[in-house]
Design a protein around this ligand. Structure first.
Ligand SMILES: [Zn+2]
Length: 214
């Protein structure tokens, strides 16, 4: 409850007073139709022909489609559907991948649209992009605040579909909860539940993000 109220107040702050907040909340809660959002998923390797197993993901693109199907089961609770735009394996400079493996994800995100030869941030890009890499320091996954990007490692301590869905939750404005291990936003468990408040907030945030793109 607190997270939703805070989120809506923050988003409505430039519009006016309490009535606006109540209106936004009422509209958000009343909306139930399916919301579709594009996602791109990438396997990160240093060399497609001869990947170095110390730093390259060993996942297949097929595996990512299975993960996506699982993510759609989880996000179906909110009637949000992730639709695959791009599925690809991309080559990243071995020095960059080695830094990512040590937990320096900036080394990678700084190169997007630059020496990593594809555009993740342009007008035609997906709102959400998932990068599957060997290791990220000691985390299962990570999403830099304020981006539509997340990374997931090869062997997380929880289900792949769960850690991927959890990162998407962060992209859609959710924060961690310590309240219940069954919840998607409880850190480091296999919980997949979204509360009613989380569903309302993520649907609202996603609708606004999609509007901003038009
Ligand atoms: Zn998290």
């Amino acid at each position: 409850m607190a997270a939703l109220v805070t989120g809506v107040v923050a988003l409505a702050a430039c519009g006016g007073g309490d009535e606006d907040v109540a209106d936004i909340r009422e509209l958000a809660e009343a909306s139930t139709e399916e919301i579709t959002v594009g996602i791109s998923m990438y396997v990160l390797v240093d060399d497609i022909e001869n990947p170095d197993p110390a730093i390259s993901s060993k996942r297949s693109e097929e595996e990512l489609t299975v993960i996506l199907a699982g993510m759609n089961q989880i996000w179906g609770q909110a009637n949000i559907r992730l639709e695959l735009d791009t599925l690809d394996t991309i080559e990243v400079d071995p020095d960059v991948l080695a830094q990512v493996a040590r937990g320096n994800i900036r080394a990678f995100f700084d190169k997007l649209g630059g020496s990593i030869p594809f555009t993740v941030t342009g007008p035609g890009s997906s709102l959400i992009s998932g990068f599957y890499t060997k290791r990220v320091g000691g985390s299962n996954g990570i999403s830099p605040l304020g981006t539509g990007w997340y990374m997931v490692i090869d062997e997380p301590s929880v289900f792949d579909r769960r850690v991927s869905s959890h990162e998407v939750g962060h992209i859609l404005g959710l924060q961690h909860t310590g309240a219940d291990r069954g919840r998607l936003l409880y850190s480091g468990t296999n919980g997949t539940t979204l509360t009613r408040e989380e569903i309302t907030l993520t649907r609202y945030v996603l609708t606004e993000l999609l509007k901003a793109r038009r």
